[in-house]
Ligand binder design. Structure first.
Ligand code: CTP
Length: 153
């Protein structure tokens, strides 16, 4: 593509670029990160931009923020091809592909209101990751979509 026809989103100085997000999932990724626009830092969002590898992808550039392991674990469930680039002083200093964890502990709340993990008991939520969703270890409830609505970090 000729340079004047190419869309360019500014590079960031310090922060995280989450690249190769499954097309259409960037708003859910923002929900996982708890970013709703009320923060001070800049966020650039590219949705359904062309990608050689994925056809279409979303990309998020978050200035001045790095991700915790539990955020990356949940993100990997909705964007399994994502790459997390850590940027410092304009350089990519670390690049990691996400990997779905075997279990997600203490991050998601169970949608089953009768589940013991929703009682006042001191029980940490625990889900086993499957190919097409996650299963609560206590009540076997399966959570497929709407993972972002059940983040409890
Ligand atoms: N990026 C950025 N700001 C920086 C450095 C990089 O926004 N200061 C973005 C780039 O625009 C790109 C992503 O971070 O979208 C990864 O950068 P880089 O590793 O340089 O690009 P590629 O080699 O194309 O990445 P990949 O091989 O993972 O596709």
């Amino acid at each position: 593509m000729s340079p004047d026809r190419e869309l360019r989103v500014s590079k960031i100085r310090n922060g995280t670029v989450i690249d190769h997000i499954t097309g259409g999932q960037s708003l859910n990724v923002l929900a996982i990160l708890g970013i709703d626009g009320s923060e001070e830092f800049s966020v650039s969002i590219g949705m359904n931009v062309p990608s050689d590898r994925l056809g279409h992808k979303d990309i998020l550039k978050v200035e001045g923020r790095e991700l915790s392991q539990s955020e990356v674990d949940v993100l990997s469930l909705i964007a399994p091809e994502a790459t997390i680039n850590i940027v410092r002083d304009y350089e990519v200093v670390e690049k990691n592909r996400v990997e779905p964890p075997a279990e997600v502990v203490g991050v998601l709340s169970c949608p089953n209101r009768n589940c013991i993990s929703n009682d006042d008991e001191p029980v940490e939520t625990r889900f086993t990751v499957m190919a097409d969703g996650v299963r609560c270890d206590y009540c076997s409830e399966i959570l497929r979509d709407r993972l972002a609505e059940h983040i409890d970090v």
